[in-house]
Ligand binder design. Structure first.
Ligand code: GAR
Length: 215
C-alpha cells in the first residue's frame, strides 16, 4: 500500500508515520511527502528518513482547484492509496476529495467537533474545557468535519498554556495517527455513513478510543 503525506510545517506527525513504516509496523511505503512551503522541518525530516519529497508552489496556480489538480496528478502517477494530511494548513478542494473518496485522513489537535480550524488549544483554554485531545478523521468538504476514526483524551489543568497543552496532545497524536494508518492499511476500517468502525478493535472505556494496539 502506498501512502502520501502532505505537510506545511514542522513535520513531527509525518515522521511518526514514516518511522512506523520504516520499522515495519505499517506494511506499506511512503511514496512521497508533498509540501506547500519551503524551508520547513518536514523536508529536513524527509531527507533524514530518505523519503522522496516534492514542493508544489501554491503561487504557481490561479485557483485552489488547479493547485489540487496538480497534487492529485502527482499522487495518481505514484499510484497512492492513502493520503495523510499532517499539519497541512490548506483546505483541500472537492477536486481532491472526489479523487480520493474516503482515502484522505487528517489529524486535528482537539476533540472534534469541538474547536475545529485554527488555534484549537487557545480556544480550548479560553473556553475552560477540562479535557481536550486529538482526532484522526477522514476528510470531507467541511473544515475538520469528516468521519472520526480515533480520538485520544488529554486532561486540561489550570496551569496549562496553549504550548503545554499542544505538547501533551502532540505526544498522543504521534501514537494515534500511525495507528489509524495501520488500521487502514490492514483493511480493518469500515465506513457506515458518518460512523467509522475498526474491525475487532477494543471500544472500551479507555481515554483512547478505539484502544491502541501497536503504538
Ligand atoms: C499538529 O498538532 C496537527 O494536529 C496540527 O498541526 C500540528 C502539526 O505538527 N494540525 C492542524 O491544526 C490541522 N488543522 P507537525 O507538523 O509537527 O505534525
Amino acid at each position: 500500500m502506498k501512502i502520501a503525506v502532505l505537510a506545511s510545517g514542522r513535520g513531527s506527525n509525518f515522521e511518526s508515520i514514516a518511522k512506523a513504516v520504516k520499522s515495519g509496523k505499517i506494511s506499506g511505503e511512503i511514496a512521497v511527502l508533498i509540501v506547500d512551503r519551503k524551508n520547513i522541518g518536514a523536508i529536513e525530516r524527509a531527507e533524514k528518513l530518505g523519503v522522496n519529497w516534492i514542493y508544489v508552489d501554491p503561487y504557481g496556480y490561479s485557483s485552489r482547484e488547479d493547485y489540487d489538480r496538480k497534487i492529485v496528478s502527482i499522487l495518481k502517477h505514484l499510484q497512492v492509496d492513502l493520503v495523510c494530511l499532517a499539519g497541512y494548513m490548506r483546505i483541500v478542494s472537492e477536486v481532491f476529495i472526489e479523487s480520493f473518496p474516503n482515502k484522505i485522513m487528517n489529524i486535528h489537535p482537539a476533540l472534534l467537533p469541538s474547536f475545529p480550524g485554527l488555534k484549537p488549544h487557545e480556544k480550548a483554554i479560553k473556553y475552560g474545557v477540562k479535557v481536550t485531545g486529538a482526532t484522526v478523521h477522514f476528510v470531507d468538504n467541511g473544515i475538520d468535519t469528516g468521519s472520526i476514526i480515533v480520538q485520544a483524551v488529554v486532561p486540561v489543568s489550570p496551569q496549562d498554556t496553549s504550548s503545554s497543552l499542544s505538547q501533551k496532545v502532540l505526544e498522543l497524536e504521534h501514537r494515534i495517527y500511525p495507528q489509524a494508518v495501520k488500521w487502514f492499511v490492514d483493511g480493518r476500517i469500515e465506513i457506515k455513513g458518518r460512523s467509522v468502525i475498526v474491525k475487532n478493535a477494543n471500544y472500551s472505556t479507555l481515554p483512547i478510543v478505539p484502544a491502541l494496539e501497536d503504538f
